[in-house]
Design a protein around this ligand. Structure first.
Ligand code: F6P
Length: 384
């Protein structure tokens, strides 16, 4: 029997989403089923419910890419960043009327199943809707923050690590040329996976992530200065500091550009240390700091090979689960394999974390990547 499958992307975009969509299109088409791309996440359902969009126009077919000349027929989708379906990060899903309209659209489209590619925030919303509407629901994890529980990997993370690593590398040479301390602010929301991994790969001297450094205490700022002062013993006159956006200021408050605050605190502390301790600390007082907030560039760029591979495998797995009639699942990567886990197991962890404004899958302070950074001599805050 022909199945009618819906697919949508929800939450912040990231590289690799189109690779998932492409894989699902190919796999669904090969089975002779139909795939409907819901535009802009649940907003697309609202448009269907309100008659603003005809479901037949949402049918996704393979090779719909009309490139002229000798490239005719080339399937470029997996090479493109962003999401061809568009995405939304906000909605009023707690309003019963909105939820009702979304459920109505699902019925109207006569969908047999829905594949949603989203982060933990979107998954919570969509899982609730799926339960209300009794949908056959499969979720695929994506986020540059890599903070979806039960999966070691979310689509988009690898490309973002590459992008940030390249930025750190590039900044190193201007830092050296002007004998500066470059402070690089990276995304990640409340998680430090992106900062930690790219900091290691980019050769940072200091990496501050919220799991290890919840806030910029005086001791932490002094630790940063001490690390950089010690580098001057070897003749180094520049440094690169990575700070994740989730680290809070000295009063425990979130700041949009926490890297700016770190720069100010380090400048003050360096002067104080020169006066009170002198010696190598006085090498620092003449070193300037400069801040780079990488922002949404971290969500751009051609998807890395790994994001294409993982995105493709995740997409195929989602279709396989539908074929097997296994629903309410999160597709995951663990122990070197694509696998799946019941959303009934995942959601309590996500809900609890959101209730407490915490990250659902933080960096574990005793994980091997933290040890790796420590063994390299990178300053990570006051962890032993
Ligand atoms: O969750 C992905 C992410 O890029 C975070 O790292 C960042 O804090 C947030 O989204 C930015 O969201 P927005 O695009 O809505 O500004």
């Amino acid at each position: 029997m022909i199945k009618r499958i819906g697919i949508l992307t929800s939450g912040g975009d990231c590289p690799g989403l189109n690779a998932v969509i492409r894989a699902v299109v190919k796999c669904v088409n090969r089975k002779g089923w139909e795939l409907y791309g819901i535009p802009f996440g649940t907003d697309g359902f609202l448009d269907v419910a309100r008659g603003k969009c005809n479901p037949q126009d949402l049918l996704l077919r393979e090779h719909g890419y009309n490139i002229p000349g000798i490239l005719r027929g080339l399937d470029i989708l997996q090479f493109l960043s962003g999401t061809i379906l568009g995405s939304v990060s906000k909605g009023n899903f707690n309003q019963p009327d909105i939820a009702k309209e979304i459920l109505y659209a699902y019925e109207l489209m006569r969908l047999d199943a829905l594949i949603a590619i989203g982060g933990d925030g979107s998954l919570e919303i969509l899982h609730n809707l799926a339960q209300l509407g009794n949908w056959n629901f499969i979720a695929i994890p994506k986020t540059i923050d890599n903070d979806v529980p039960f999966t070691e990997y979310a689509v988009g993370f690898d490309s973002a690590v590459d992008t940030v690593t390249r930025a750190i590398y590039d900044l190193t040479f201007t830092a050296a040329s002007h004998e500066r301390v470059m402070i690089v602010q990276v995304m990640g929301r409340d998680a430090g996976h992106l900062g930690l991994n790219s900091g290691i790969a980019g050769g940072a001297d200091v990496i501050l992530i919220p799991e290890l450094v919840p806030q910029l205490s005086e001791a932490i700022v002094e630790g940063c200065c001490t690390k950089i002062a010690e580098l001057t013993k070897t003749g180094r006159r520049f440094a690169v500091v990575v700070i994740a956006e989730g680290v809070k200021n000295e009063r425990g408050e979130k700041e949009k550009n926490i890297a700016d605050r770190l720069g100010e605190l380090m400048t003050l502390k360096a002067q104080e240390l020169c006066q009170t301790k002198s010696g190598i600390f006085c090498n620092l007082s003449s070193i300037e700091t400069r801040v780079t907030v990488l922002g949404h560039l971290q969500r751009s760029g051609t998807p890395s090979a790994n994001d294409r591979i993982m995105g493709t495998a995740f997409g195929i797995k989602a279709v396989k689960l539908i074929e097997q009639g296994i629903y309410s699942q999160l597709v995951i990567w663990r122990y070197g394999e694509v696998d799946h886990i019941s959303l009934e197991e995942v959601m309590p962890i996500v809900r609890e974390a959101h209730k407490n404004n915490q990250c659902a899958a933080p960096v574990q302070p005793d994980c091997f990547m933290v040890k790796t950074a420590q063994e390299l001599g990178i300053y990570l805050g006051n962890v032993e």
